[in-house]
Ligand binder design. Structure first.
Ligand code: TPP
Ligand code: MG
Length: 359
């Protein structure tokens, strides 16, 4: 609630896979197909992620930012959006991108360093991944303001991490969103770390959600490994924004099971017991599978069949990405400067003279 410090964490499904009281009413209102969609997307996202790490190890992609552990936060939130909504992701939001309609081949292409991986298909309102931390926040706020001025029924969502809340862009975005009451959702996946820096060294407040009290809009703290709770929090924020109720910040409390990127080693800064607890007891996919099985909606055979289908889709995505025509080397000069300096112009010329092909 506005003005209150929100430290409570909303949970609909316990780590054991049981519905809480709040969870049960949400569950009962959902059609069976939607219940299965959460599972299907989380599985596809997880298998994609594991495969991408392997491809990086084989030298077939450059660097990769793994998301395993954050599937529920991404899938639950993205499934509450429509094609009218604008998405401003960070570099770890492959799950959001997939649900939004980005083909797997293009997500692989992005991590192969290809510009084709940045351009979403027609009708998919997904920006390229933002690597400079928090820059997407004021941009999403601006897009939401534009939608409001145009009378468009859409929201803009900025996805970012806990580390981004230490940046000025976060606070400027929050301030503007609160003053102008724009239809924006600030979706923070608090995975506990900004690379090696724990949340306690980034923030004097215990939670991200409570920070919105200073900007006079609602902050909601939700169990980010609980797909149902995330979906419902996002659904409510979207509906509020579309009916003139203004911004919401959602803090999804989660954990990345692996390293920050394939260039990092998380063992050097995270206690083993902490990792073990999140991996073995709080896993978002296992928790949801337990619920589906207890409710008789999923069998072991269904699971195997869906995993096989995911594998086929991922294989196809890799084949498509790897068979894309290699770019001319001169591509490295594109999309960086509006006007190139004399050094870059000279280097580009040399590159062209050298044949301009790579790969
Ligand atoms: C403006 C800026 N400063 C520093 C970096 C280097 N950097 C890359 S990722 C990262 C940590 C971000 O942590 P968080 O926002 O929690 O997101 P997470 O990676 O945990 O998803 C930093 C500091 C950057 N990309 N941009
Ligand atoms: Mg983080």
């Amino acid at each position: 609630m506005i003005g209150q410090l929100n430290k409570e964490m909303v949970q609909y499904v316990t780590p054991e896979g049981h519905l809480t009281e709040q969870g049960r009413s949400c569950w009962q209102a959902l059609p069976e197909e939607s219940k299965l969609q959460f599972y299907r997307w989380m599985t596809l996202v997880r298998l994609f992620d594991r495969r991408a790490v392997l491809l990086q190890r084989q030298g077939r992609i450059g660097t990769y930012a793994p998301l395993e552990g954050q599937e529920a936060a991404q899938v639950g939130s993205a499934l509450a959006l429509t094609q009218a909504d604008w998405i401003f992701p960070s570099y770890r939001e492959h799950g959001v991108a997939m649900v939004a309609g980005m083909p797997l081949s293009q997500i692989f292409l992005y991590w192969m360093g290809r510009v084709e991986g940045c351009e979403a298909p027609e009708g998919v309102r997904l920006m390229p991944p933002y690597v400079p931390i928090a820059t997407q926040i004021p941009q999403a706020v601006g897009a939401a303001w534009a939608a409001k001025l145009k009378g468009e029924e859409s929201v803009a969502v900025a996805y970012f991490g806990d580390g981004a809340t230490s940046e000025g862009d976060f606070h400027e975005g929050c301030n503007f969103a609160g003053v102008f009451q724009v239809p924006v959702i600030l979706f923070c996946q608090n995975n506990g770390y900004a690379i090696s820096v724990p949340f306690s060294r980034q923030s004097a407040t215990e939670t991200v959600a409570e920070k919105t009290a200073a900007y006079a809009f609602e902050g909601v703290r939700v169990d980010g490994n609980d797909v149902l709770a995330v979906y419902d929090a996002m659904r409510q924020a979207v509906s509020k924004a579309k009916t003139g109720g203004g911004p919401t910040l959602i803090e999804a409390v989660t954990y990345r099971k692996g390293s920050h990127t394939t260039a990092d080693d998380a063992k050097r800064y995270r206690p083993e017991a902490e990792v073990k607890e999140w991996v073995e007891q709080k896993d978002p996919l296992q928790r949801y599978v337990r619920l589906l099985k207890a409710e008789g909606l999923l069998s072991d055979a269904d699971e195997l069949a869906w995993e096989a289908e995911c594998k086929e889709r991922i294989d196809l995505g890799i084949r498509e990405a790897e068979s894309a025509t290699p770019p001319p080397a001169t591509h490295m000069f594109e999309h960086v400067y509006a006007q190139m300096g004399s050094n870059e112009r000279r280097q580009r010329q040399q590159c062209e003279q050298g044949g301009g092909q790579v790969g």
